[in-house]
Every structure is written in C-alpha cells, then in structure tokens.
Design a protein around this ligand. Structure first.
Ligand SMILES: *[C@@H]1O[C@H](CO)[C@@H](O)[C@H](O)[C@H]1NC(C)=O
Ligand SMILES: *[C@@H]1O[C@H](CO)[C@@H](O)[C@H](O)[C@H]1NC(C)=O
Ligand SMILES: *[C@@H]1O[C@H](CO)[C@@H](O)[C@H](O)[C@H]1NC(C)=O
Ligand SMILES: *[C@@H]1O[C@H](CO)[C@@H](O)[C@H](O)[C@H]1NC(C)=O
Ligand SMILES: *[C@@H]1O[C@H](CO)[C@@H](O)[C@H](O)[C@H]1NC(C)=O
Ligand SMILES: *[C@@H]1O[C@H](CO)[C@@H](O)[C@H](O)[C@H]1NC(C)=O
Ligand SMILES: *[C@@H]1O[C@H](CO)[C@@H](O)[C@H](O)[C@H]1NC(C)=O
Ligand SMILES: *[C@@H]1O[C@H](CO)[C@@H](O)[C@H](O)[C@H]1NC(C)=O
Ligand SMILES: *[C@@H]1O[C@H](CO)[C@@H](O)[C@H](O)[C@H]1NC(C)=O
Ligand SMILES: *[C@@H]1O[C@H](CO)[C@@H](O)[C@H](O)[C@H]1NC(C)=O
Ligand SMILES: [Zn+2]
Length: 607
C-alpha cells in the first residue's frame, strides 16, 4: 500500500513560555578527534580536555624491513627496538625508556616511552614490531619535540596535588603510589605532573589525574572506565538486512560529556540516560546491560516476532536508545545545544532548561504502522511513540527502521528551534508540512554515505516495499519526483506538503555536494567542508532564524540568510538555483511556481 501509512506527528496544544536560564560557558569549537579527548567529571561541571600527540605509523609489508642492528648475530628485541627509534627519529638513546616487550606466534613487540632526565613523558609512546625473521614490520610513535621543559623540581608536594585531585574529581586517592611524569601539551610545551589515581566509588570511576607540579592545575586525565558498546543498526544504514554491528563508544563526548548513561551525578546501566530513556510499556521497563561495563549486545532474531522478549525487545530498545543519543550528539555539534533548547535531563549549567530528555516508548501499544512524536516546550520531556508494523509476517519493529526513529526525533529539533523553545511555532498546516519535510530530509542526510547522491525513500523495511511510504522517492530527477511548490495548491495533508519540501531539500543537498564534495566525518566534525556538512549547518542555522509558523518562502529565505551568516553567501546561487528548480524562485508566492533566480545567478542547477 503506497500512501496509507504516515508518520503522524501529534500536536502539542498548550502554549507555555519557556524559562531560559542565562547562557553559560561556551563549550564549542572544533574538537580534534585524533589528538584530544574531552571528558566530563561526574559530580562537577569540570570538562577536561586531554591531549594525545599525533602518532606516526609505518608498516613494512610481508617481508619486513632492515634495521640498524639487522646484521648482528644475536637478535635482542629491546636493543633492536631502542636502536631503531634512535635512528628513525634522530634522538639520543637516553631519551628512550624501554617499557615492556613480548612475542606471540607471529611477531615480537616492544613498547618504549620518551623520557627527559629519566622522567617519562606520559603521552609520548613508541611501539615497534619485528617478525619472526627479526625484520621490522611496523613502527608507531607519538614522541614529541617539546618547545619548553619545566624545572624537574616540583613546586608543590605530592600530598598537595592529591588534595587538589580529590577536590577536582569528587573522589578519593586510592593509595596507589604516585609518580612524577611529564605530559606533552597541545601548545608544544611539557608540563611536569604528579600522577595520582582517584577513585569515585559511588560512580564506579577510576581516574589517573595529572596535577601540574608547578601550577597545581589538572592538566590531563586518564579515564580507566570501560567503554560502552551496543549491537545496533548503524545510523547510516536503513534496513536490518544491511546488518547489525557492535559499536564501541559511539557517544560523542563533546555533545554528551558524561556519555549516554550518566547525568554527571547518577549513572545507569540501562537504556536510560541524560539524553534518552528508552523502554517498553512503562518508563522503568528498560534494557539492562547484557554484560558488565555497559555492554548491550542482544542479537535480533528476524524469524521471531518483534515482541519476543529475548532477544528482540532488547535489540529494539538498544537500537532506539542508540539512535536518539546519536541524533542528540550530531545535532548538538551543529547547534542544537542546551541554550538552543535541546533535550537533556541535565544541562550541566550550560544554559536552557534541563529535565527534558527524550522518552522513547518502543513497541508502544497505542498504535501500529506508524510513529509519533510529541514535543512540549523547553524543560519538559518529549515522547517518541514507536509502533510495530503489522504488514509482514513476522511483524516488523519501527525502532529498527532507522529513518523512522530519526524522522520522529527531528520533529523535536524543528519544534524546539523554531521560535525559541516554545514548541508552539510549527502549528499552521504549511509549517507542519515543512516539519514533515525536515524530518524526512534529516533522516535522509544520515543515510547518504558518499558523494553519489542516491534517490532516497523512507520506510522500506517496515513495509517490505522498496517504494517506501511516500508518493515518490526524493530525487533530483523531475520525472522520478515531479513535486513543485505549486503543488501546494492541491496538497492539503501535512506529510504530502512535507514531501514537496523534503524533495526541495534533497535537491539543495545534491547541489551542495556537487559543489563541495562529501565529508565522511560530518556526523562528528562540523568543521569539515563537504556539501553534506554545509547542508546540515544551513539546515539547523535556518531553524533558529525563521519566524514562527514559517511559510515555504520564509523557510527558503532563512536558508539563504543562514548561508550569508555562516559562509558569507558563497552558496547563494546554488541555493537559489535548487529552490527555483522546484518552483520556489524569487517571485514564488501564494503557491504559484516561479523559477527566477537573482540577477547574476545561473538558473541551471549544479548537479
Ligand atoms: C589509604 O590508606 C589510608 C592509611 O592507611 C587509609 O586510611 C585509607 O582508607 C586508604 N584509602 C583507600 C581508598 O584505600
Ligand atoms: C540521583 O539519584 C538519587 C537517588 O536515586 C536521586 O535522589 C537524585 O535526584 C538523582 N540526582 C540526579 C541529578 O539525577
Ligand atoms: C534504570 O533506569 C531507570 C529509569 O528508567 C532508573 O530509575 C534506574 O535507576 C536505572 N537502573 C540503574 C541500575 O541505574
Ligand atoms: C545493574 O543492573 C542490575 C540489573 O540487571 C542491577 O541489579 C544492578 O544493581 C546494576 N548495577 C549498577 C552498578 O548499577
Ligand atoms: C515490560 O516489557 C515487557 C517486554 O516487552 C512486557 O512484556 C511487559 O508488559 C512490560 N511491563 C510493563 C509493566 O509494561
Ligand atoms: C517481503 O516481500 C517479498 C516479496 O517482495 C516476500 O517474498 C517476502 O516474504 C516478504 N517478507 C515478509 C517478512 O513478509
Ligand atoms: C533496504 O535499504 C535499501 C537502501 O536504503 C533500499 O534501497 C532497499 O529498498 C531496502 N530494502 C528493503 C527490502 O527494505
Ligand atoms: C529521470 O528518470 C526517468 C524515469 O526513471 C529516466 O527515464 C530519465 O533518464 C531520468 N533522467 C535523468 C537525467 O537521469
Ligand atoms: C499573494 O496573495 C496576497 C493576498 O491575496 C496578495 O496581496 C499578493 O499580492 C499575492 N502575491 C503575489 C506575488 O501574487
Ligand atoms: C550556467 O550553468 C551551465 C551548466 O552548468 C553552464 O554551462 C553555463 O556556462 C553557466 N552559465 C554561467 C553564466 O555561469
Ligand atoms: Zn512526521
């Protein structure tokens, strides 16, 4: 059935003004994934950015390579490793400490550490492997050339440092012997630090704190906490037929500084956390970790009904939890932050009102073959109602069709960001239609994975129909999808109107990707420059600019202005050409098509 199943968004009627706390410390800026790790500390607002110098890495193929001690009769792993690093990096043997080595059935491994005056540099490590013929097969190094080296005599005692670490980390020194180490800093300098283990029993955390032995500041933090892992359908995939994967630590620590299971005070071991609470039936009916250390590994059995408790209910809850958290983290990076009215239990003092993580009711009993999202104003939790689809045997679970979950979640984004958090500014039919369009468009964004912009449909898995739930695939091809602005004269249902907008945005997306290419890291790095990154910036920036209950014309103008604000209008002509190609040109009004572009622009679309 082609047109029968709609993702109805339910409308929240009450108009309540949001109370917005003063904006707090900015917490933005590019995160260099490769070299830094941002961590929040439970119980405090403290955010620690730890630096890890970039590692070089060389490999030497099947036969391996020679090294300076190759022609010695006796092979000594430690000597060969130290000598190799010395010659490769041009450093003194005195700056290299051998930490440990071992051999297995295929290789011999040595691990070395850079040191100065016999004090190790904690984050400057080298590792070398030799094959069984004693040829070098790989070499990795994060050794540094420090710009400055502080005095090796501490200005503050280890005891004082312990007190500072306990205070900063809300924990207790565990009596593990402290040490003095250097830490390479982002600015090229070295810091001398007392290294202290702090345990936080209540939260099952164990940290290694590096307290600067001269300034007393916390300069680096090692978190010995376990990684979280989830067996899910990665957000870039659409159907379960494309394969579940176990993702380890998918959380983005800049967006979710305490991970997905902690609000900074309490930590859960279930599918409830600061951004989302995912259950079946009642809100405490969550999935617990399947193994210690936040392991959520439930293998979905497609031959069983989705309501089969073991393992399908758990697989669905975990997938929905993962998706809502991932959408939180992606949109956070692009501006849906605490002070932009996002959904979090704790806002960590960064503005906005907390207490509004997304409630996700998986396999909700109030409907079938659909999904709903109810968005109250800032400070109140929205609820996502995910239903079962009964059109196949066995039935299918909407929580495993990634684009439905993302579509629903996007209603929250657009309702909160339009009009400043009241969730009362997408109420007209036209603006609700835009809302449906954004929801499809963002779901599509998550599933386009390279610079070949494919036609896209939503819902194929739950319907077991490659045509999905809409009239046409989203496409740059006007035969495949003929929708134009003028169709609003006859379309009255919000999802139908949404198809017109989503298809315009598909064309905008294709135009921007044609101009700028595709950034594979756009999900976590908004500083990338691909067309997909540009698109998501404009998408989210425009939401905050547009007026309450926007029209298509106003929503388009918000995109043009968003581009002016962020990119100095460098995409002006591309945006106009794409909108105009679907009838939303300069003189479009009253649902009458116009294909005019501004003077100086080329009406021919880019792709
Ligand atoms: C550390 O040692 C002191 C003195 O023996 C003891 O009182 C304290 O409980 C120990 N702390 C921990 C966390 O084991
Ligand atoms: C943490 O848990 C305690 C005990 O359940 C509860 O009283 C408290 O409100 C929670 N605090 C936060 C910030 O979640
Ligand atoms: C699991 O989630 C519920 C909320 O749904 C929460 O109250 C509870 O504390 C969590 N359990 C644990 C062990 O953290
Ligand atoms: C984790 O979950 C189990 C239930 O599966 C609960 O009994 C236990 O107390 C929880 N542990 C922690 C540390 O929260
Ligand atoms: C909890 O979830 C299970 C599994 O889906 C379900 O059978 C049960 O009815 C739920 N319990 C409540 C109280 O909703
Ligand atoms: C899905 O559709 C195909 C034919 O298009 C059919 O062979 C298959 O049985 C269907 N699967 C389910 C679970 O209904
Ligand atoms: C699965 O997903 C692909 C790619 O998104 C889509 O083309 C295909 O129609 C889907 N297949 C089914 C059976 O849902
Ligand atoms: C557009 O789609 C139609 C119908 O599928 C096809 O015949 C035509 O070749 C397509 N045009 C382009 C430019 O790809
Ligand atoms: C659109 O309709 C309004 C109200 O009828 C009218 O004032 C306006 O001139 C129309 N605009 C265009 C471009 O036709
Ligand atoms: C307009 O775009 C078309 C197609 O990309 C190109 O051939 C033409 O040269 C462009 N004209 C101008 C004035 O840029
Ligand atoms: Zn919808």
């Amino acid at each position: 059935m082609k047109f029968s199943y709609r993702f109805v968004q339910s409308i929240y009627l009450a108009v309540v003004s949001a109370s917005i706390a003063a904006a707090a410390p900015a917490f933005e800026g590019a995160l260099k994934h490769a070299t830094t790790q941002v961590r929040g500390v439970p119980g405090s607002d403290l955010i620690v950015e730890s630096y890890h110098p970039p590692s070089l890495f060389e490999t030497f193929g099947v036969n391996g390579g020679d090294h300076s001690l190759s022609d010695r009769a006796e092979f000594n792993l430690k000597d060969a490793a130290v000598s190799f690093v010395q010659s490769r990096l041009g450093v003194d043997a005195g700056t290299i400490a051998h930490r440990t080595s071992y051999a297995n059935d295929v290789a011999q491994h040595a691990y070395l550490q850079q040191q100065i005056n016999n004090i190790p540099i904690a984050n400057a490590i080298a590792n070398i492997a030799f094959n069984k013929a004693n040829k070098v097969v790989s070499f990795g190094s994060s050794f540094v050339k420090p710009s400055t080296v502080p005095s090796t005599t501490p200005s503050i005692s280890a005891d004082d440092a312990i007190a500072k670490a306990e205070k900063a980390l809300f924990g207790t020194y565990n009596n593990h012997t402290t040490s003095l180490q250097f830490v390479a800093q982002k600015d090229g300098s070295l810091a001398l630090a007392h290294v202290i283990q702090i345990q936080n029993n209540a939260k099952a955390q164990l940290y290694e704190a590096f307290i600067d032995a001269h300034s007393g500041e916390l300069v680096q933090l090692t978190d010995f906490g376990a990684d979280a892992s989830y067996r899910v359908l990665p957000i870039t995939k659409q159907n379960v037929t494309q394969g579940f994967q176990v993702l380890t630590d998918p959380q983005d620590r800049l967006a979710s500084p305490f991970g997905w299971h902690s609000d900074g005070v309490n930590t859960t071991n279930n599918t409830s956390g600061n951004n989302a609470n995912t259950w079946v039936g009642v809100s405490g009916n969550v999935t617990y970790q399947s193994a210690p250390h936040l392991t959520f590994n439930y293998v979905q059995d497609p031959s069983q009904q989705p309501q089969t408790y073991e393992p399908n209910v758990d697989a669905a809850r975990v997938n929905a939890f993962y998706l809502v958290n991932t959408v939180h983290d992606i949109t956070y990076r692009y501006g849906f932050t605490e002070d932009a009215f996002n959904f979090q239990y704790s806002n960590f003092g960064k503005g906005g009102a907390g207490g509004d993580q997304v409630y996700v009711s998986v396999q909700d009993s109030t409907g079938t073959n659909n999904a709903r999202f109810v968005t109250p104003p800032e400070g109140q939790s929205p609820t996502m109602y995910m239903y079962l689809f009964t059109l196949t045997d066995p039935w299918r679970d909407g929580s495993l069709q990634n684009d439905i979950v993302v579509h629903e979640n996007t209603h929250g984004l657009t309702n909160r960001m339009t009009g400043g958090g009241t969730a009362a500014c997408l109420q007209t039919t036209e603006s609700q239609g835009l809302g449906e369009g954004w929801s499809d468009a963002f779901a599509e964004w998550t599933e386009q994975t390279n610079d070949v912009v494919l036609d896209w449909v939503t819902g194929p898995y739950v319907l077991n129909n490659t045509a999905g739930v809409r009239h046409y695939p989203y496409s740059t091809n006007a035969t495949t999808n003929p929708f134009r602005y003028g169709d609003l004269q006859t379309l009255t249902e919000v999802h139908d109107i949404g198809e017109v907008w989503a298809n315009m945005l598909h064309n905008v997306y294709a135009g921007l990707v044609a101009d700028h290419g595709f950034s594979p890291n756009a999900h976590t790095d908004p500083t990338t420059t691909g067309g997909n990154t540009v698109y998501l910036h404009l998408f989210i920036d425009a939401l905050a600019l547009q007026p309450c209950n926007p029209t298509f014309v106003q929503a388009r103008d918000a995109w043009i202005q968003a581009d002016a604000n962020r990119y100095h209008g460098s995409n002006f002509c591309t945006l106009w050409a794409e909108f105009a190609s679907r009838g939303l040109g300069v003189n479009a009004a009253n649902y009458t098509d116009d294909t005019t572009v501004p003077a100086g622009c080329n009406a021919t679309v880019a792709f």
